[in-house]
Design a protein around this ligand. Structure first.
Ligand SMILES: C[S@@+](CC[C@H](N)C(=O)[O-])C[C@H]1O[C@@H](n2cnc3c(N)ncnc32)[C@H](O)[C@@H]1O
Length: 398
């Protein structure tokens, strides 16, 4: 049957979202236009697409209203949901997620049945539902103004120049300010604390504690107790009310690299003679020059270095020795295990994308410990289930 096409503005109106939302969805693959105008680039959507988008929104609304979840969370800078897994397990329901990269969205959708919304910097506050816990692993950026004494208000309503303006952290703070969730969990690289000679952390802490009034805890956690990987990340946890929060104990599970390896990996993961020779020569050259650089041939009874998003390039930071053969890189499935993801986690993307995604992720097993500790602390103060229900009642009565 002939399918009618409508331009973006009308499509957005029909679906009940803003035209900017459709642009974000186009960018991250959530809803691609049926056609782009050859010269103006204007996006057109088919009536089938509009009906499907409407049906999906309705399904989500019904699922939320029927949900028996204990609490509701949002997942910002969602990546492939490493942090989210623990909050699902702890009885939570995701009510909003945001991720700009379409390949990460593809993996997220395959595993959680939800295609995240796109660029958070272009998301209006009223598109973000009320929630109990905000999750966010924002990329670290420098702030423009030194020190925290020059401002006293977040200022998005008053036009003041806030030092975090123009950064992704600003958008996290903006959502916390507007939505006032009972708790948030932010994750970042370890050097957030020393970034820009400590100024970045100073501004973040002052914004969360002094301006937003949250009780903030932070700790650098090394995942090596729960996975055979040395990976230090800072977790910043805030509570709206004073709670009795205790960091989880990470008891050493004794996992070694050999425990996560595939018995018969595809030969394509073995380094070519050319690459292996190059890596050895490069390391030798740096050694002679007194630099520490070298590839990371792992001890199978130990832990690996940190898996980075650049692993797809040559895999030199984590190389698996092999009897009578050149070393090999990890397979994507082995990376999933090294990042503490469950064996059932689906990997629907290319190896290159998978390496980037796992290298960027939160170690899922660390997230699970954090989730349990946060939920326990909240339950000590008031039953979050009750608050979630009240919010649901309000929303469904619209
Ligand atoms: C460190 S990773 C997140 C890890 C993830 N939270 C987890 O639990 O595994 C940061 C993510 O932020 C995404 N990102 C960067 N800028 C963004 C933006 N403006 N809007 C939405 N997502 C963004 C990146 O694509 C990347 O996947």
């Amino acid at each position: 049957m002939y399918d009618v096409l409508v331009p973006r503005i009308q499509a957005a109106e029909a679906i009940g979202v803003s035209s900017v939302a459709l642009e974000r969805w186009q960018e991250n693959g959530k809803l691609r236009p049926a056609k782009l105008h050859r010269t103006t680039g204007e996006a057109w959507y088919s009536t089938d697409q509009i009906s499907e988008a409407l049906a999906r929104r309705e399904e989500e609304r019904v699922a939320r209203s029927l949900s028996t979840a204990d609490f509701r969370f949002i997942d910002l800078f969602a990546g492939i949901g490493g942090l989210r897994i623990g909050f699902d397990e702890a009885g939570g329901q995701s009510v909003f997620s945001s991720e700009i990269d379409r390949f990460a969205c593809q993996t997220y959708a395959a595993n959680f049945g939800e295609w995240p919304d796109g660029d958070i910097t272009r998301t209006e506050i009223d598109e973000i539902p009320e929630h109990d816990i905000l999750l966010g692993g924002f990329p670290c950026q420098p702030f423009s103004i030194a020190g925290v004494s020059k401002y006293g208000s977040l200022g998005w309503d008053h036009g003041f120049q806030h030092p975090t303006k123009g950064t992704l952290f600003f958008h996290v703070a903006r959502i916390i300010a507007e939505r006032q969730p009972p708790a948030f969990v932010l994750e970042n690289v370890k050097n957030l604390m020393s970034h820009d000679r400590g100024k970045t952390w100073q501004v973040i802490r002052a914004t969360l504690e002094d301006e937003l009034g949250y009780h903030v805890y932070h700790r650098i956690i090394d995942a090596k107790a729960v996975v055979p990987q040395h990976r230090e990340r800072i977790f910043i946890i805030g509570f709206r009310e004073r709670v009795d929060f205790a960091w989880p104990d990470f008891i050493d599970e004794g996992l070694r690299v050999r425990d996560i390896l595939d018995p018969n990996p595809d030969p394509k993961y073995t380094l070519s003679n050319h690459l292996w020779t190059y890596l050895q020569e490069y390391a030798e050259k740096h050694k002679r020059a007194g630099n520490g650089f070298g590839f990371g041939l792992v001890d199978l009874d130990g832990t690996t270095r940190t898996l980075s998003a650049r692993y797809y390039k040559d895999g030199s930071e984590i190389l698996i020795p092999q009897e009578g053969k050149n070393p090999r890189r990890l397979t994507p499935r082995e990376c999933a295990r090294l990042m503490g993801f469950p064996e059932t986690f689906k990997i629907p993307v290319s190896d290159t994308q998978a390496y980037k995604q796992f290298g960027n992720a939160v170690v899922a097993k660390v997230g699970s410990h954090i989730a349990r500790a946060v939920v326990e602390a909240l339950q000590g103060v008031y039953p979050i289930r009750q608050e979630a229900r009240q919010l649901q009642a309000l929303e469904t009565s619209d």
